[in-house]
Design a protein around this ligand. Structure first.
Ligand code: WT7
Length: 647
């Protein structure tokens, strides 16, 4: 790959952007040399009820691990996203909602946002929700999802948003893990013209969640649902009974704002906990500088609020900045492959942020669906969720942006709260496929397997050697897991789980996960989770799951399955297993390929050698490496000979 294929910052960009090359260098230097002074200044971008006197209080030493920012400050996140804008922006659009059905759209002003959020907050209070309580939100991409999150923030409840594509089982696990007693859902979601039975899923989940006392139901499609007497109430009924004002609860900077579950390399998904002050400062600052957001811009991030991208860059970052943020209920190819570009023209979108998997899928449809739209309003494009291959980057740049719009390839994670490595459009020349350089205050390090820091142009494990305000604070209910997962592999550093290359210009190129996490269409999936779903099937004896390169999804899910003795390996059973995983976890966990494996390659101590399984799935049989330590080397021949064609 040509490391020197440069897309330099255009002169007009350097001039109009918040940050140009000189300013980036100076600000970056200051941010890493004197983080307390730098963030002490930046912290003022949000309104504090009681200003902080401390800025950074952090130790990455696992014996004394703590991460605190602005620790004695008091603020309210919802007041920062709404109330403080009202004097100037009461009638400005805060949220543009575009429905799945192209004839449905809505504009919500900051004043309306205020009123809706206050009503929902009052309903929650009336139903007994208190500061510190966990509230689970299982909603489609409708304005009520934003109201619900902000209403939690307003009263100091901790939200846990569960993506609407997750199964009843996954929802139940997440409700139980944080013992949430209040659920907000809708009758149904709508995606690509098809209903998603959210309330029915919630009813199924709640069979194993006896602690949930109240379910607040948003009427969206009007589809028929069951309402459990004494438990389920309609939002519109309750909201009519309460006032449209609700005083924001004063929150400590380090009080929890939300929990978001994400997959790890082992065990069940972990509840990533983010707190209030540092998270908001970081989401707001990154949103302003990375997307070069200026007053009046129309900004659209296509993520779902069920993922961290939706939290930080549909909701909190943009609203903290008084932006107009677009929320889209639908999918890229409904009614047709032109939808994204039609929405851009319809709402005059200036900044567009999406995932490589969507770009690759639309690229396959050719240029015609794009070229029949104008996209003249577009100024900046963004990418997130997985490495973007240079071919997709170039198509995005040339076809979608008409060669006119810079692309910000933003690397970050649920754990980081906001963007850590990215170009700034007025400051950093882009290279297709590279996330380029660190954001302010971020100190990336590449280390080898032994933890030795590697200098210069090199490749290694990506760590971050010091804290930034948006960093997660703990795994909810399991602080030890937080320490073990992120601070123990390479002591004294935050380990990201990603591999990364640094080129001679100091640019970072994320190469993908180095742990047992796979990235399917920009969604994170733990191989262990899919494996345990498979072995939960009565006919399965053992399963091993790995990722393999997939043209559209980035990575596909490849499962090796050993059946119990006497069970016939049939096409029908294969379909049944895929369905079984979908039911247990959700469609995003569906195995793409299942190979019947009479045996799995194991060491003599019984450990599955995933390295070998990965190579077979990747079709690199010649690079299997040393198989002599296997208990039974012949199983490898069988797997190689019967590998699935990944097409
Ligand atoms: C993992 C985090 C960040 C919000 C969405 C995903 C991969 C993310 C990039 C990028 C290469 C990327 C990494 C990371 N990833 N952005 N621009 N280039 N890889 O959040 O579900 O927590 O997943 O996504 O592997 O570790 P997530």
């Amino acid at each position: 790959m040509a490391d020197n294929e440069l897309f330099p910052v255009a002169a007009d960009w350097a001039k109009r952007a918040w940050v140009d090359a000189g300013k980036y260098k100076a600000m970056y230097e200051q941010s890493v040399q004197d983080p307390s002074a730098f963030w002490g200044e930046q912290g003022k971008r949000v309104d504090w009820i009681k200003p902080y006197s401390q800025v950074k209080d952090v130790s990455f030493d696992k014996a004394d691990l703590h991460i605190r920012w602005f620790a004695d400050g008091v603020l309210n996140v919802s007041a920062n996203c709404i109330d403080r804008h009202l004097p100037k922006r009461a009638s400005q659009t805060a949220i543009i909602w575009e429905g799945d059905d192209p004839s449905k759209a809505e504009s919500i002003t900051y004043q309306q946002l205020h009123d809706e959020v206050c009503r929902m907050a009052n309903v929650m209070k009336a139903k007994g929700v208190k500061k510190g309580d966990r509230v689970t939100i299982y909603l489609p991409m409708i304005p009520a999802a934003a109201y619900a999150m902000l209403a939690c923030a307003r009263i100091g409840a901790v939200h846990s948003v569960v993506f609407g594509g997750f199964s009843p089982d996954s929802l139940a696990n997440r409700i139980q893990d944080c013992d949430s007693q209040f659920l907000i859902t809708a009758d149904e979601g709508l995606r690509g013209g098809r209903g998603v039975p959210l309330k029915a899923n919630a009813d199924a989940a709640l069979k194993t969640c006896p602690n949930v006392k109240t379910v607040l139901v948003v009427k969206h499609t009007g589809g028929r649902i069951e309402m459990a007497a004494g438990r389920d109430v309609w939002l519109h009924d309750e909201a009519a009974k309460v006032p449209a004002t609700c005083a924001p609860e004063p929150m400590n900077a380090e009080d929890p704002l939300f929990i978001l579950y994400t997959s790890g390399s082992t065990g069940k998904p972990k509840g990533v906990l983010h707190t209030s002050g540092g998270y908001l400062v970081f989401a707001s600052m990154t949103h302003q500088y990375v997307f070069d957001y200026h007053d009046g811009d129309i900004y659209w991030c296509t993520a779902d609020v069920g993922w961290v991208t939706g939290h930080s860059y549909i909701l909190y970052g943009p609203l903290a900045n008084g932006a107009t943020t677009l929320m889209f209920e639908g999918v890229p190819n409904y009614p047709d492959a032109s939808r994204f570009w039609q929405v851009i023209d319809k709402h005059k979108v200036n900044i567009f942020y999406t995932a490589p998997t969507a770009i690759r899928a639309l690229m396959r449809e050719g240029e015609a669906p794009v070229k029949k739209t104008s996209r003249a309003s577009l100024r900046l494009l963004g990418s997130v969720g997985e490495p973007i291959n240079p071919e997709a980057w170039l198509w995005y740049h040339r076809v979608i942006g008409d060669g006119r719009c810079p692309i910000v390839d933003t690397w970050w994670q649920t754990e980081t709260g906001g963007i850590l490595i990215t170009p700034l459009p007025g400051a950093i020349d882009q290279k297709p496929g590279s996330a380029t350089l660190p954001f302010f205050g971020v100190k990336p390090e590449l280390v080898d397997g032994e933890g030795k820091v590697l200098d210069g142009a090199t490749e290694g494990n990506l760590c971050i050697s010091d804290s930034w305000p948006g960093q997660m604070r703990t795994v909810y209910g399991d602080h030890q897991r937080f320490i073990d997962t992120y601070f123990s592999t390479f002591p004294g550093k935050y380990f990201t789980g990603d591999g990364c290359r640094r080129d001679a210009d100091g640019y970072y190129w994320i190469t993908g996960r180095v742990d047992d996490v796979i990235n399917v269409s920009g969604h994170r999936m733990g191989t262990a989770e899919v494996e345990s779903a498979l072995v939960a099937h009565p006919k399965v004896a053992e399963a091993a799951v790995v990722g393999y390169p997939h043209n559209i999804k980035g990575q596909g899910i490849y499962a090796y399955v050993t059946l119990k003795t006497g069970i016939q390996a049939t096409e029908e059973l294969r379909k049944e297993l895929v369905q079984h995983v979908r039911t247990l976890i959700g469609p995003i966990a569906s195995p793409d390929l299942i190979q019947w494996a009479p045996g799995l390659p194991k060491t003599r101590s019984g450990k599955i050698m995933r390295r070998i399984l990965r190579k077979i799935a990747e079709n690199e049989h010649s690079a299997l490496g040393d198989t002599s330590t296997l208990a039974d080397p012949s199983v490898v021949d069988d797997l190689v000979n019967n590998r699935m064609n990944r097409g």
